[in-house]
Design a protein. Structure first.
Length: 318
């Protein structure tokens, strides 16, 4: 975060937010909830299935009849098409669990001039909207260390209430916990924590085979470094401040360090089979929601939601 003499009122307001002197989250939440519902409405979710044979009402696939099964299970209409007997399988309809972690640490409160949302507000809007889309599709959503997974239709209000009543220190990364191997995790953070901590967190969360999606939410100023002249850079999480006499001379080194930091995160997510994306707050929130929604359960071996498809194919082949 940068502070310089002569900043306009908008930039000054953003600085106050990042240092804890701005409007409270409680005052902002009603607007964020309305925006999240608007963004969620842009995604036509539909009711995706669990992609596994089991109790349910929807047809999933035909499979070969196995010796020893009751003859009543044979689908005679399908079997009449060739020389084999087939069983009609329905789609399993158990809920899938998705853990959503919106980073609420002090650095997330930063917003540069002329942008309507801080990084924190954008993370909450996207987190709320994604939860709404998932719950409407029959899934369960929780917040690590804060809210147990639930399929409550008022999921946005449940999440907002849990966040507003949280009195614990607001860490940059999710707490250590052991999610189910068939769950998915979505991390919404600026990821400016030390790279070793980021690697450790992702590795720990993926240890049980859990699939995840890491999103770095950044303000455009954090990527382009549009500063010049004498600038004081303030670290909002207690690491102090540093003054640059000619900030423009720092630009190339800064951009290179950001690129290395991001490349290190991407290398770790690629190694573990997770996904990684970068989202700037000058882009529409709906853009990120669509990306996340399209990636839920993606993967060549079948992960997360689509893991049921892989398991079902394996079982059918046997």
């Amino acid at each position: 975060m940068a502070v310089e003499p002569g900043l306009n009122d908008i930039e000054t307001s953003a600085v106050k937010q990042a240092t804890g002197g701005g409007r409270t989250l409680a005052a902002t939440v009603p607007r964020l909830i309305l925006e999240a519902r608007r963004v969620a409405a842009t995604v036509i979710h539909g009711l995706h299935g669990r992609r596994r044979a089991g109790p349910g009402e929807n047809f999933w696939q035909y499979r070969r009849f196995s010796s020893g099964e009751p003859a009543a299970r044979v689908d005679w209409r399908r079997s009449a098409r060739d020389d084999h007997l087939y069983v009609r399988e329905q789609e399993w309809e158990a809920s899938h669990t998705v853990w959503i972690w919106p980073d609420r640490s002090p650095s997330m409160a930063f917003a540069s001039a002329l942008l309507p949302d801080s990084k924190l507000e954008r993370a909450l809007i996207v987190g709320f909207a994604l939860a709404e889309v998932l719950v409407q599709g029959g899934e369960r959503v929780g917040i690590p260390g804060l809210m147990r997974p639930t399929a409550n239709r008022n999921i946005i209000e449940k999440m907002a209430e849990a966040i507003l009543h949280d009195r614990e220190e607001r860490a940059s990364l999710p707490p250590s916990f052991v999610p189910s191997p068939l769950a998915e995790i979505v991390m919404l953070s600026d990821l400016w924590a030390p790279i070793g901590d980021v690697h450790k967190t992702i590795a720990q969360l993926s240890a049980a085979g859990t699939h995840g999606h890491v999103v770095q939410i950044v303000d455009p100023a954090e990527e382009t470094f549009p500063y010049s002249g004498r600038i004081e850079f303030v670290e909002p999480e207690g690491a102090g401040a540093i003054t640059a006499g000619r900030a423009e001379t720092w630009r190339s080194d800064y951009v290179a360090r950001v690129a290395r930091h991001r490349a290190d995160i991407r290398a770790e997510t690629d190694r573990l089979g997770w996904t990684f994306a970068v989202h700037r707050t000058d882009r529409p929130a709906s853009e990120l929601l669509l990306v996340l929604h399209s990636r839920m359960g993606a993967g060549p071996a079948g992960t997360g939601i689509n893991r049921w498809h892989a398991l079902g194919q394996t079982g059918g082949a046997a």
